[in-house]
Structures are given as structure tokens and as C-alpha cells.
Design a protein around this ligand. Structure first.
Ligand SMILES: Cc1cc2nc3c(=O)[nH]c(=O)nc-3n(C[C@H](O)[C@H](O)[C@H](O)COP(=O)(O)O)c2cc1C
Length: 388
């Protein structure tokens, strides 16, 4: 019961209601958004800190935990402590992670990525191949132009096999699902973008060509999931650059994704490039904000649940999204990093107790190289490096 004697979830009936997603049911409509905390070891293995972090978010009452992005192969790894899901040696840690989240009543979903042209380490950019649809120069860090390598057809097949292999690993580890990272400017979204993809073969050109690699990857992942686990897609909704991938393109792709076995779609705007451009133009803006217009056109075409993300840590706003039908669930990143009990507090009517966050992505992004900390956490937890 809530403090005023109302049944749990009464004030937030939309957020409190269950949701069927593919072969699973979420206990409510609040989802931990993928947010890299980088608690893995240098070899990309899950550690006790990784497990404590995600189990804590599940214990805080969310319906689903989507992990931070785990690379499907070494060539697609961006950060030194980024997790890998690339072979037997990763299975024990992944299995413990899935079991710990599920034991707290949330669905456990592993986010999978190939970082493409953003693969690291960035200090050694020219030292090995960095895979991208085209060898188009771009600004890796402010003022530093680099040129990635054009991925070959053989390397593309290898990447697809790696996504499928990581999915089979997730099934064996006991996850409820995987989510493919098709946003932020990583490899899948690089193929989608007319700016980043200038290929003249079957994997470039019009939207059908530019999404062919994405759909082949999805087909391989859906086959590997074999109906046993969910497949989600984190979809770039708007590249936010002139001549780039836009909401109508995303809606077109969303229709095809939902027709090919994808169980949920989470539209998110911006790439590293457009985020940087917007922050440079207006340092006070919140570039991670939810884009209602883009979500609406995508939702019209997709026939699967849409998870909405971006600045939704205010409970009334989150409830409005679900209650009005703008989205089927809300994904919270920074709100749950700041306060792991956000869901349980909202669903029991204790919203005044929520710890809120006044930081911005560049501030928390900086801590990812060594393991994320949030300045709102109590000092004792910061000393231990995490809220566990
Ligand atoms: C520190 C940090 C790490 C992030 N890591 C990921 C990630 O691994 N995968 C991903 O898809 N998005 C990642 N994001 C983006 C978040 O999922 C989310 O889209 C963004 O924070 C906006 O949502 P919010 O306002 O609820 O935080 C990250 C964001 C931050 C701030």
C-alpha cells in the first residue's frame, strides 16, 4: 500500500501495468535503459561489481533491465572495460549476471553492439582496421580527424556470425533477451546513414541497400534466439545532421523489423556527431530528450511494443507517455543510475523520496573509462565505486 492507503501503482496505473513482449511478460512498464557503467575487467568479463550494479537496479523494481552494450567481437569494442559476449570464456559471468537480475523479478536483456568506426582504443586509431561501411573521414574527438576502413564482405559475414554467436551465448546464459544496438553511430546505424554509408554495392545506395546489412544481422539473431528469448532493437530515430537518417527512414525500418521477428523497438535520437554539434551550439541543451514526433511516426509503422527513452525521470511525464499511448514502456538511464529505487518509490507513491540527477551526459560519460560513479550517491557508495 502507498503511504496514503492507495493500492500500489494506483497513482501510476500505466507504469504499474504488465506488458507482454514477445514470449515474455514484464511486471511493469519501467525499463533500465542501457547505460555503460564499465565495471567489467580489462578482458571484458563480467565482475561482481557488474552483477551487483544490475541486480540492484532489478531489486529497485523495474520490469526489465537492459544491460550496457557488450561487444560481439574484439573489433567492435570501444572502451577498455567494455563487456564482451564473444566466446565460451564469457559464459559463466554472463550466466551469473542474468540469474542475479532474474532473481529480483526483472527480465534480463543483454545489449549487443559492434562499435564500427568508434572502436577503440582511440589512441591507436590507425594501428589496426576500424570497420565502417565506407572509408569516410570523420572527427573522432574534437579537432581529430580519422579515417576508418571500408568493411569487406567477408568481414561483414564475420560480424553477422558474431552477433548470432553472442545471441546463442545469451540464450545459454539464461537471459530473457538481447537488444541490438542500432543507434548512436555504431556499426549498424553507420550502414543505415546516407552520410556514413557511401557504398556502391548491394549494401549502400537507397534505403533498401543501406538497411540490407542490418536486416541480415537481425535475421541471424532472430534465428539464433530460436523463439526462446526476446529480440529488441535500439533504433536510431533521427541522426540529427543535414542529409542524414531521419524519422521517416526509421519508421520504414521499424515496419520491417517488426515483420521479421523483432519483439520490441526503442527509438533514440542522435549520434556522437550530432550530440557534439548540438552541445557545441548550446551547452545548456539536453540533447538526450525524448523526441515525441519521431516516436509517433515510428509507432505508426511498428507492430511491436515501443519503449520510449530520454529525460523521462519525472514520474508524471513517464506515466503520461504510457497512459496516453505514446509509448508502451519507458526506459530510464540516468534516473536509475542516480536512484536505483526509482521504480519501487513511484509504484508505492513515495515520489518525494526520489533522488534526482542534475548532471549531464558528458559528465557521466567521462567516468566510463574507469567505472562509472554518480555524484549523487552517498560518499560510502562512491568509495566502493558503485551503489550495490
Ligand atoms: C554514462 C552513459 C552511458 C550510456 N551507455 C549507453 C549504452 O551502453 N548503450 C546505449 O544504447 N545507450 C547508452 N547511453 C544512452 C542512454 O541509454 C540514454 O539513451 C540516455 O542517457 C538518455 O536517457 P536518460 O535521460 O533516461 O538518461 C548512455 C548514456 C550515459 C549518460
Amino acid at each position: 500500500m502507498s503511504p496514503v492507503g492507495l493500492p500500489e501503482g494506483y497513482l501510476y496505473p500505466g507504469l504499474a501495468s504488465q506488458l507482454d513482449v514477445g514470449p515474455r511478460t514484464m511486471r511493469n512498464r519501467i525499463v533500465q535503459a542501457p547505460l555503460s557503467v564499465s565495471y567489467q575487467d580489462q578482458d571484458g568479463r563480467v565482475t561482481d561489481r557488474t552483477i551487483a550494479h544490475y541486480a540492484r537496479r532489478a531489486r529497485g523494481g523495474v520490469g526489465m533491465v537492459v544491460t550496457e552494450n557488450f561487444a560481439v567481437e574484439e573489433s567492435g569494442r570501444q572502451m577498455p572495460r567494455q563487456g564482451l559476449a564473444a566466446g565460451e570464456e564469457y559464459l559463466p559471468g554472463l550466466a551469473k549476471l542474468a540469474a542475479s537480475v532474474r532473481a529480483e523479478g526483472a527480465l534480463a536483456v543483454l545489449q549487443l553492439v559492434h562499435a564500427g568506426r568508434y572502436a577503440g582504443p582511440w589512441e591507436e586509431y590507425g594501428a589496426r582496421r576500424r570497420l565502417a561501411p565506407s572509408a569516410t573521414p570523420f572527427e573522432l574527438t574534437p579537432g581529430r580527424m580519422v579515417t576508418p576502413d571500408e568493411i569487406t564482405l567477408e568481414e561483414m559475414s564475420q560480424v553477422i556470425d558474431s552477433f548470432a554467436g553472442a545471441t546463442r551465448l545469451a540464450v545459454r546464459a539464461g537471459f530473457d533477451g538481447v537488444q541490438l544496438h542500432g543507434a548512436q553511430g555504431f556499426l549498424l546505424s553507420e550502414f543505415m546513414s546516407p552520410r556514413m554509408n557511401q557504398r556502391t554495392d548491394a549494401f549502400g545506395g537507397d534505403i533498401a541497400g543501406r538497411t540490407a546489412f542490418v536486416l541480415e544481422t537481425v535475421d541471424a539473431v532472430v534465428a539464433a534466439a530460436a523463439g526462446q528469448i526476446l529480440v529488441g532493437f535500439h533504433l536510431l530515430s533521427d541522426e540529427g545532421m543535414p542529409g542524414g537518417w531521419g524519422p521517416d527512414d526509421a519508421a520504414w525500418l521499424a515496419g520491417r523489423l517488426s515483420g521479421r521477428g523483432v519483439d520490441f523497438i526503442s527509438p533514440v535520437p542522435s549520434t556522437f556527431e550530432s550530440l557534439r554539434a548540438r552541445l557545441a551550439a548550446d551547452p545548456a541543451c539536453n540533447p538526450s530528450a525524448y523526441d515525441a514526433g519521431a516516436v509517433s511516426v515510428i509507432r505508426d509503422r511498428a507492430r511491436v511494443p515501443i519503449f520510449v527513452n530520454g529525460g523521462l525521470g519525472h514520474p508524471e511525464r513517464a506515466e503520461h507517455i504510457v497512459g496516453s499511448g505514446a509509448g508502451d514502456a519507458v526506459m530510464l538511464g540516468r534516473a536509475l543510475l542516480t536512484d536505483p529505487d526509482w521504480a519501487v518509490k513511484v509504484l508505492s507513491g513515495k515520489t518525494a523520496d526520489i533522488t534526482s540527477c542534475d548532471c549531464n551526459p558528458p559528465t557521466c560519460l567521462r567516468t566510463q573509462l574507469t567505472g562509472t560513479i554518480c555524484h549523487t550517491w552517498p560518499a560510502a557508495d562512491i568509495d566502493r565505486g558503485f551503489v550495490g
